[in-house]
Design a protein around this ligand. Structure first.
Ligand SMILES: Nc1ncnc2c1ncn2[C@@H]1O[C@H](COP(=O)(O)OP(=O)(O)OP(=O)(O)O)[C@@H](O)[C@H]1O
Ligand SMILES: [Mg+2]
Length: 348
């Protein structure tokens, strides 16, 4: 793992662009979370002026010297208003055109950038650390491709009509998810194998270290991603809805149903709570089984398992499915906070 040397005044930024939520934190105390969803922005209409309760962002981006102007709705606003809502479905989400929109919005919301055209260049540009699922990170082409892309990124960005600022990063590092979260574990034992399981929207990542005489080394065979996360719960709700009504349920409404337990359809209330409860325990079991199978015979020799990722909040059963498991404080933020530690070490 990367050794961390902390600079007292580092200019550091960490952005965890998840399949579900983008989480960003900075060394100046900036912090933001929003759904990783974008939609191309249409022109604002009269209703926009009426409704002041909107959360989410309208983001204008101009890349390079004479790049085209792009305009996106990002986060809740995209879910609510966007007609062509784009989620990251692709395993290689960073090659999706919406990735930069989400990342740049998060960067602008968590860092004090110089105004575009102010002539101030590069003084306070922070180092940036982002993550990739463990299995994608292992692929050098993908890891280096993302790093190169972000290191070369220079954009003028305006959020919600504010003056455009100029965003570029002084250094970029790509870190494996789960391993990032590991850096936030407060009470690592001084010996034994400890594991971390990060349950996200679409992926669950596992990482493990072996500690001998206080020295840590990654247990590579226990570092992997599985293709299952909270999205499975939404799929289960949509399937149950189709079974009961014969009709399809749009994903956004399925998410709301996961939270509320029921929904109205053609004037009738449909109770989904029993199906959701059943799906929660089946998904927790499936995730635990796949992770434990991946650990193989080492599973029985794990001293402690730390649980992270927002999914752990929705699958509390997982705690009882791993030996000596503990949920990290603020589990959804664990990767971003771990990445920030790495970014502080990189910053000059
Ligand atoms: N208050 C909350 N806000 C957002 N998500 C929540 C909240 N409470 C629980 N969750 C859960 O957190 C999940 C998202 O977790 P997380 O942000 O760690 O995923 P992700 O990093 O976007 O996904 P991945 O790691 O697969 O890319 C949601 O699917 C939801 O189940
Ligand atoms: Mg994640």
């Amino acid at each position: 793992m990367l050794a961390i040397q902390t600079n007292p005044q580092p200019a550091a930024l960490a952005i965890d662009v998840g399949f579900g939520y983008t989480k960003a934190v900075s060394s100046t105390g900036g912090k933001v979370i929003f759904p990783s969803v974008v939609a191309p922005a249409g022109s604002p209409d009269a209703f926009d002026r009426l409704d002041k309760s909107d959360t989410g962002y309208r983001v204008r981006i101009k890349k390079g010297i004479d790049g085209l102007l792009e305009e996106w709705l990002v986060g809740e606003l995209a879910l609510k208003e966007g007609r062509e809502v784009q989620y990251f479905q692709d395993w290689e989400k960073h090659s999706h055109p919406a990735h930069d929109a989400v990342l740049l919005a998060a960067a602008v919301l968590t860092w004090n950038w110089p105004r575009a055209g102010s002539g101030i260049m590069g003084i306070s540009n922070p180092a940036l650390v982002v993550g990739l699922p463990v299995d994608v990170w292992r692929d050098e082409l993908q890891r280096e491709g993302l790093k190169k892309h972000l290191a070369g990124l220079a954009a003028e960005v305006s959020v919600n009509g504010n003056d455009p600022v100029r965003v570029t990063f002084s250094r970029v590092y790509v870190y494996p998810q789960a391993a990032g979260a590991f850096l936030t574990v407060p009470d690592l034992p001084d010996s034994g194998i400890v594991a971390l399981v990060d349950v996200g929207q679409k992926t669950t990542d596992s990482a493990a270290i072996e500690i001998v005489n206080g020295r840590q080394r990654l247990v590579k065979t226990m570092c992997f991603s599985i293709n299952k996360g909270m999205a499975a719960l939404v799929e289960a709700v949509r399937e149950e809805f189709r079974r009961q009504t014969g009709a399809p349920l749009p994903p956004q409404q399925a998410w709301e149903t996961v939270k509320s337990g029921s929904l109205w359809y053609r004037g009738k209330q449909i109770d989904m709570a029993p199906a959701i409860k059943k799906a929660r325990s089946e998904i927790a079991r499936a995730i635990a089984d796949q992770v434990l199978a991946g650990w193989g015979e080492r599973a029985d020799f794990v001293r402690k398992v730390y649980l992270a990722g927002g999914g752990i909040l929705d699958l509390p059963d997982l705690k009882n499915m791993f030996p000596a498991a503990a949920v990290l404080p603020g589990p959804q933020w664990a990767n971003a906070l771990g990445f920030l530690k790495v970014a502080r070490g990189l910053a000059v």
